[in-house]
Design a protein around this ligand. Sequence first.
Ligand SMILES: Cc1cc2nc3c(=O)[nH]c(=O)nc-3n(C[C@H](O)[C@H](O)[C@H](O)COP(=O)(O)OP(=O)(O)OC[C@H]3O[C@@H](n4cnc5c(N)ncnc54)[C@H](O)[C@@H]3O)c2cc1C
Length: 506
Amino acid sequence: MAHLETAATVLIVGAGPTGLTLACSLARQGIGVRIIDKSTEFQSSSRGKGLNPRSLEVLADFGLDRRLSAEGRSRQLFRKYFDGVFVTDTDAFEDARPTPDAPYERGLFIPQARVEGMLRDVLATYRVEVELGGELVEFGQDEERVTALLASGGRITADYLVGCDGGRSTVRKGLGIAFPGSGDPETAMVCGDVVMEGLDPAYWHQWFGAKGALLLCPFEGSDSWQFQASPELDEHGRVIEPSLESFRRIVARHTGSTDLRVRSASWLSTWRVNVRMAERYRVGRVLIAGDAAHVHPIAGGLGMNTGIQDAWNLGWKLGHVLTGQAGPGLVDSYQEERLPIAARLLNVTTAAMAAVTERSRTPGVGLEVVRSEDTTGLAIDYRWSSLSRDVHPAGPGDAPQAGDRAPDAPLLDGEGRPVRLFDLFAGSHFTLLAFGCPAPRLAGTARAFRIDSDAGPLRDAGGHARRAYGVQGDALILVRPDNHIALTGRAGDADAVLSYLRELGR
Ligand SMILES: Cc1cc2nc3c(=O)[nH]c(=O)nc-3n(C[C@H](O)[C@H](O)[C@H](O)COP(=O)(O)OP(=O)(O)OC[C@H]3O[C@@H](n4cnc5c(N)ncnc54)[C@H](O)[C@@H]3O)c2cc1C
């Protein structure tokens, strides 16, 4: 029987958070995207349970902000015990407050499966569904297209293929991309989702001591907890695979309590420390993103977040190339920008893992050490990128530069209604902010807005936008579709803005 050959403009392999974010970005731009996953059902486990503030900004761009804040928990208290005895309660983000330039002061605790479900809902609004049971086994490419062979025998041809297929990526291996780093089969953790009896769900309970660690993290609106613990070892020192019974023994050993009971357990798995990253992210028309490109220690909670942000960076670039708004060279800037970020964040998560391990052995301290500018994602910049251009700084001193994250700010529209800069940025277009000067006419999908202090259709009445962008006098700030600054200039630099956008189109 002849197998079916079908087509896509972009074929995404893997429907985890990375693949789904990329699919949403491409579908929103009207690109013919297909997304396949070898699983026959959607995964339901909590795994990556912490979205950082930058990922929240990305997901808000897809309109998910209300749902996320309704279903997740932003204020998560930590309760620490040492050798079974209560030590302290801490709030790692106690002093964090939303600011006009950053609406999310803290991350959000929410099971990964729920975030994936929300992204699938966004995708469905563009009439794109994940194709379950679609396992990629092989692929080949020439200058014009990629051909993917599925386990079913079906073939899909596409302009581009993106492997978002996790740490054991078939796509990365098929491209022959090395994945150097270190793995430590000895350092393992058993994980699962459990239903608990007798535990206060206001806290992420963390038991440490000579017996290792047990962490039980609750979720909003659910009786399920994420279970993470040092594993039990057999008489040869080998990890005993997790089971409901082993989870019950671990809980009894750490808590010494007979009131705490594990009622049921699902997604029983063993996680081993692996710190690796791919040597390149692209070969011809095939790219990789997320865990396929880098795997992290779980401390610092950056695996899923880095994947979402890879996809956010790649999505607009592939979209602009495929809609003819940019030349194919734009796709090269994906590796140029994201590979150094992965390298930096792997150091951050490795250091966080070591710090957590060290602090877990210390009786009187909590675990707030893992919070830093890097873990919020807000300080990530691409100043070195070939896409970043500072023609003239918007102001003196430490004004944001090209490559930096473009800050938010509250404004008023012509009728005095509140509007945010992030509302103007939402979507896949470039946005030009003209502070105190006329905005030049831009071609294509790019949008330009004049912002004045005290008059006009957009008023920066509180001066928040000027402060956020460090503007003194007049300024032109061009913002990329992924909300990073592309270009900074003064009122007289309109030609530089036009030529930047023209060059991108070549
Ligand atoms: C206990 C635990 C806690 C964690 N906590 C955090 C946290 O707090 N914050 C955080 O950011 N991260 C966390 N992570 C990491 C996070 O879960 C991963 O980084 C994230 O899942 C990576 O997303 P991804 O989409 O790149 O890959 P995955 O989620 O691994 O998705 C890959 C998909 O590809 C599919 N696939 C694989 N091969 C093929 C093929 N050949 N054909 C078709 N489909 C294929 C798979 O079925 C899968 O659905 C945690 C992980 C664990 C285990």
